[in-house]
Ligand binder design. Structure first.
Ligand code: HEC
Ligand code: HEC
Ligand code: HEC
Ligand code: HEC
Ligand code: HEC
Length: 206
């Protein structure tokens, strides 16, 4: 209280106040400029994962999950897994281990030369088999190609299909049920499992 009545002290505090204000302006300007160049990549990187899904939701369906894409043949995981088939009978993991791949049409035809051969989807299947064309399945989980990814190292680290792709044996139609193709989806699990979250881990040499 006393200090305010002292003219020298208050003059000093005015100067100090002005100096602090100018510093503050300089700080704001610096932050404003940096906000464009430095901060931007960091913030959208963390937030981006939600964006594509939110877009799909509002465009394609008001529901909580994005609509599954239409497939050339109405293949049902639920029906086929109920027959006792295992994931890796159809999704092999060839060298170098990044992809799980889709089954060769001949694998389907092993059963469908006889089973349901008069049904339209199986006739379409047989046409693909005859023409030696791979079935043009529409991808459900798509990772940006510049992110380093390998299935095998995750399977070796005891991560299961279900952790990233959900209850596939319940799916009549394959649907994206996790955010595993987003940076947040990768990082959340890496944190929980003490796997690295260093940028170079996923963004190196690509
Ligand atoms: C009889 C063969 C077969 C078996 C067994 C099978 N799948 Fe599939 N899977 C397919 C075919 C065909 C597609 C492509 C059509 C579709 O998306 O439904 C597919 C697609 C997928 C996809 C979507 C990939 C993408 O990005 O488009 C995932 C994930 C998947 N399967 C996981 C599994 C898991 C997990 C299991 C075991 C629980 C399993 N599959 C068992 C044949 C099989
Ligand atoms: C740690 C998470 C994770 C696990 C575990 C995992 N996947 Fe995937 N899967 C992904 C991601 C991410 C993609 C998208 C990859 C891309 O686009 O390059 C993918 C893509 C696929 C595809 C599409 C074809 C391909 O290989 O790109 C199939 C099929 C598939 N997964 C099946 C499986 C099966 C079967 C298992 C268990 C044996 C499994 N996945 C385990 C994350 C996982
Ligand atoms: C182990 C044998 C077996 C294999 C391998 C197999 N299927 Fe099937 N599939 C069946 C059986 C059995 C049914 C009938 C299931 C039912 O109706 O409950 C069926 C039903 C179907 C149907 C539904 C037909 C209809 O309209 O009634 C389609 C489509 C189909 N399978 C596609 C495929 C495709 C694509 C593949 C390869 C990725 C495949 N199947 C591999 C045994 C098999
Ligand atoms: C379900 C949990 C889980 C998810 C989801 C996941 N990871 Fe991993 N990841 C792991 C674990 C566990 C390891 C092994 C860590 C170790 O061995 O120290 C690992 C290891 C890795 C490695 C080092 C091994 C290698 O392949 O070179 C890379 C790179 C990697 N993850 C990238 C990704 C990317 C990219 C995504 C998202 C598309 C992702 N991970 C999603 C659990 C996960
Ligand atoms: C475990 C894997 C993983 C790690 C670790 C990781 N990222 Fe990513 N990052 C991803 C994936 C996956 C995407 C692709 C997301 C997409 O396509 O929407 C991505 C996307 C990005 C993008 C692009 C965002 C955009 O706007 O398209 C930037 C920038 C980025 N990461 C920066 C970083 C930085 C900086 C770090 C270290 C702090 C880091 N990432 C660590 C997996 C990872």
């Amino acid at each position: 209280m006393r200090a305010q009545k002292n003219p020298r002290a208050s003059g000093l505090s005015v100067k100090l106040g002005a100096a602090i204000f100018i510093l503050f302006l300089a700080f704001l300007t610096a932050v404003g400029v940096r906000g464009v160049s430095v901060q931007e990549p960091a913030v959208p990187a963390a937030q981006k994962p939600a964006a594509p899904e939110a877009r799909v939701q509002t465009k394609d369906s008001p529901a909580t999950k994005p609509e599954p894409p239409a497939q050339p043949i109405p293949y049902s995981h639920k029906k086929h897994l109920a027959l006792g088939l295992k994931c890796q009978q159809c999704h092999i993991n060839p060298e170098p281990g990044d992809r799980m791949t889709f089954p060769a049409t001949s694998k389907c035809m092993a059963c469908h030369v006889t089973i349901s051969r008069d049904k339209p989807p199986i006739q379409k299947l047989a046409e693909f088999a005859k023409s030696n064309q791979p079935i043009p399945w529409v991808r459900v989980y798509v990772l940006s190609s510049w992110v380093y990814w390998n299935h095998r190292s995750h399977l070796e680290a005891k991560m299961t299909c279900e952790m990233c792709h959900g209850q596939v044996e319940e799916m009549e139609v394959m649907t994206k049920v996790s955010n595993v193709t987003s940076m947040a989806g990768c990082i959340d699990c890496h944190r929980k499992n003490d796997a690295s979250t260093g940028c170079q881990y996923c963004h190196a040499d690509k």
